[in-house]
Design a protein around this ligand. Structure first.
Ligand code: LLP
Length: 437
């Protein structure tokens, strides 16, 4: 287990997170349970803020898609961050969580009329345009509301970052952004600049996620500043440059990310150089990390149930969660590290596959985990589950999405409360012709 600041082994030999004994958390709140470490989240936010202080005007926005619930916005807002949202409900949650609208960026490749209306009404800092369709729609909505909506244009600089195909977002065939190479991006910007309901403020790009190298980010800065210089020659000013997120985190020992702030440091340094070298006005820099803020802050606790040994073939230990709380193995064959939270000092003696409880053969959490002998009733922790787990959870097999508990300095409390059967069924309705007297 890579040492993580607030993840420890306590004197009972149990996993400890945020000063709380994981086995006691499991007993108190039940399993499956998402646990989020507040100190870790705040530490990463502060490290980002310290680094961007070296640039004249920069802002960090938390990418809500990684983990959205009201309390997370309270934390990141207190740390001086803004937020990027991608749906009406992420916007609603951010506002309810106390994030001020003028720190919010609204993204999405197919925002609905309602979502655009909500964004304009809330007064978000910017809407990030990603289709011709929404340009006209947003212009009309803003004009009807008597506003001039600030917008960024999402462009595709055409960088092939080395990461899982499904998580890449800026290959030429990506559904996101307007291509810089074929002139579409410039055409969109000219169109937007001529519309009375829109205020063209700048550019956005996001080159991918779970990237370990600095090079793709530096390349993005170079390509984007080239484009800014070309637009400047046409008399179009780019006031803001939003470079998305994408900094890698450690899931298993195979992952070797840099410290999160190193990516930001490299981006800031290259941007300063490019601004100088290309004689362009320094744009406000905006970054949108998600995974690097909450990924390693999260742990999911499970209780081991069935243990199945297929002789000479494979050993499964099944837990009370699965793809409904973490679909990332099923979707991306994502790798995770599992530890025996109740027996951290026991040597790993067997290789087992941690299976979920859903009716789906691909419902695995960790393939070939190295663990001590595990018995029914043991508490198992899967590490680095703070990003894209709760946010991508589902009710498959009508399982409840687990609650989320925040821990800090030995204290624990819900960020998201548990669901009951009744809660899950609350919105079910019965068409009149099926009703019985
Ligand atoms: N900004 C934009 C516009 C994005 O599309 C994303 C991620 C981010 C920021 C944040 O990226 P991060 O810092 O978290 O890497 N479901 C996948 C991840 C998809 C990420 C999509 N966009 C997963 O579970 O790995």
């Amino acid at each position: 287990m890579k040492s993580r600041d607030t993840l420890k082994i306590n004197d009972k030999g149990h996993l400890e997170i945020g000063g709380c004994d994981a086995v006691e958390l499991a007993r108190e709140y039940g399993t499956p349970l998402y646990v989020m470490d507040e100190a870790y989240i705040r530490k990463v936010c502060r490290a980002f803020r310290t680094v961007i202080a070296g640039y004249p005007d920069a802002r960090i926005c938390f990418a809500s898609k990684a983990f959205s619930c009201k309390a997370i916005y309270r934390i990141v807002e207190e740390e001086g961050l803004g937020a990027d949202v991608v749906s009406g409900c992420e916007l609603y949650t951010a506002l309810e969580g106390g994030m001020s609208a003028d720190r919010i960026y609204f993204h999405g490749n197919n925002k609905s009329r309602r979502e655009l209306e909500e964004a304009v009404a809330a007064g978000v800092h910017a809407v990030v345009l990603d289709s011709f369709y929404e340009i006209g729609l947003l212009n009309e909505i803003a004009a009807a509301a008597g506003k001039k909506q600030r917008v960024l244009v999402r462009v595709n600089p055409g960088i092939d970052a080395h990461t899982h195909h499904f998580i890449q977002t800026t290959r030429v065939d990506s559904k996101f952004g307007f291509s810089v190479a074929d002139g579409t991006a410039a055409e969109v910007i000219r169109t937007v600049s001529g519309l009375s309901g829109l205020d063209f403020a700048g550019l956005h790009c996001h080159i991918g996620s779970q990237i370990f190298e600095l090079k793709p980010f530096e390349l993005a800065v170079e390509k984007m500043t080239d484009f800014i210089a070309r637009l400047a020659a046409e008399g179009i000013t780019v006031r803001e440059l939003n470079l998305g997120g994408g900094y890698g985190v450690t899931y298993t020992d195979e992952d070797k990310p840099l410290e999160p702030q190193r990516y930001v440091e490299a981006i800031v340094a290259r941007l300063k150089e490019c601004v100088r070298g290309k004689s362009i006005a320094a744009p406000t820099l905006v970054l949108e990390p998600g995974r690097s803020i909450v990924g390693e802050a999260g742990v999911t606790l499970y209780t081991v149930g069935a243990v199945k040994d297929i002789k000479n073939v494979k050993k499964y230990i099944s837990v009370d969660g699965g793809m409904f709380d973490n679909p990332r193995y099923a979707l991306y064959q994502a790798k995770y590290e599992a530890v025996a939270a109740s027996r951290m000092n026991d040597k790993p003696v067997c290789t087992v596959t941690v299976a979920g409880k859903c009716c789906e053969s691909g419902d695995m959490l960790v393939v070939d985990a190295k663990l001590p002998e595990m018995n029914s009733g043991d508490i198992l922790a899967v590490l680095t589950t703070g990003a894209y787990n709760y946010s991508m959870a589902s009710h498959y097999n009508r399982n409840a999405v687990p609650p989320v508990v925040l821990v800090n300095g030995g204290r624990s409390a819900y960020m998201v409360r548990p669901e009951s059967y009744e809660k899950i069924c609350e919105l079910d309705d019965c068409p009149p012709w099926l009703r019985r007297a």
